[in-house]
Design a binder for this molecule. Structure first.
Ligand SMILES: *Cc1c(COP(=O)(O)O)cnc(C)c1O
Length: 356
């Protein structure tokens, strides 16, 4: 047994997948299961597929290659706009690709003719968050001209992503903006836009309160399946499980020390200026865990009365003065975590992944 490790609860992830499929299908929304926070983990991907998810969304070609190597045959949707340098692999391996540049769509079209494989393109529209996509006011112009220029691959949908740069939340207004663009495109080009891909985990709220306008028919969801949370609204999603993943690390030191360091304070190992309040002597442990393995500030200890005080590359200090349990050197402590911390743990080669 090596530490640190992530303990991944397969039942909980399966339950969340099923629950979200149920919610989505009652609004005729197709659920794309997103594995990118797991480094394309084949076990987690299989859990999604077993639960009834069809299309798998990934942001990285290497992760898709990993999934294929482990016997998962897709269909795959590439979520990040592809780099020019990865277009050939993209066309070979993906069935759906999100794009936002006419030039990239044309390159993909040329490659699909060359290697005789079509991909379905979803053109991204920026409805306000300011990350990827053509700005909504010029979307009809740009997308209709690309639709006319393609010969083998096809733009079968439009999509949007929110809550990632501007922190803009999905609402009726920005969803209607996307539907309006779809309607105008269909009128102008006389082609059908089959897919209207409305968003990620943050869009689930519109299903929960029944405010999703008719016409949005696809969501691409990762966080809600794997953590049961929605970081954009800082909430646990009702009906979903949050006992999906725990990070476990080992105690390597346990001492009682003052709460304020002694000497002149400069910056810590990460350039931060620490500040301290004198609350007397504290009993603390050091864990063999650090910024390399997780985001220490985003960890929540399972044991009540304990608190993460600090993390550097390889050490996390936890105050256990008021813990309702006793600890020893060599014992382990367990934590729940944020999306950002899970991302770091899943992508760290130092963190073992264990499925229960
Ligand atoms: C990451 C990502 C998603 C999934 O986001 P979650 O918040 O994990 O549900 C969906 N679409 C795009 C374009 C993404 O990059």
């Amino acid at each position: 047994m090596t530490y640190p490790k992530l303990v991944i609860n397969t039942d909980a992830i399966r339950d969340n997948s099923r629950q979200i499929i149920k919610l989505c299908s009652s609004f005729n929304v197709q659920l794309v299961g997103v594995t990118k926070v797991t480094l394309g983990n084949p076990v987690i991907c299989s859990l999604m597929k077993e639960s009834g998810i069809g299309v798998i969304g990934e942001s990285r070609i290497q992760n898709i290659q990993r999934l294929i190597k482990n016997g998962i045959n897709g269909p795959f949707m590439l979520l990040r706009i592809p780099m020019k340098s990865e277009l050939r692999e993209t066309v070979k391996l993906c069935d759906f690709v999100l794009v936002s540049e006419p030039q990239v769509a044309e390159w993909i079209d040329e490659l699909s003719r060359e290697i005789q494989k079509t991909v379905t393109l979803i053109y991204m529209v920026d409805v306000g968050d300011l990350r990827e996509g053509v700005w909504y006011e010029s979307a009809v112009e740009e997308i209709s001209s690309v639709m006319k220029s393609l010969r083998k691959s096809r733009i079968a949908g439009i999509g949007t992503n929110l809550g990632c740069y501007g922190g803009i939340l999905p609402d009726r207004e920005n969803m209607l903006r996307l539907i309006e663009i779809k309607d105008q495109l269909e009128r102008r080009t006389h082609a059908k836009i089959d897919i209207v891909s409305g968003g990620n985990t943050s869009a689930l709220k519109l299903l929960e309160d029944g405010s999703l306008p008719e016409g949005i028919n696809q969501f691409r969801v990762g966080e809600a399946i794997i953590l049961g949370t929605d970081v954009t609204r800082n909430r646990s999603i009702p009906g979903l499980r949050q006992d999906t993943v725990l990070l476990e690390a080992e105690i390597i030191e346990m001492k009682t020390k003052p709460s304020v360091p002694v000497g002149t304070i400069g910056r810590d190992a990460f350039g931060r200026v620490p500040s301290f309040e004198d609350i007397g002597l504290r009993k603390r442990v050091i864990l063999a865990l650090g910024e390399q393995d997780c985001v220490p500030a985003h960890l929540k200890p399972v044991v009540k009365g304990t608190r993460v005080m600090h993390g550097s590359s390889d050490h996390v200090v936890v105050d256990i003065t008021e813990a309702n349990q006793s600890f020893d050197i060599g014992d382990t402590m367990r934590f729940t975590m944020s999306y950002a911390s899970l991302l770091r743990s899943m992508t760290s080669p130092h963190v073992e992944k264990v499925f229960v």
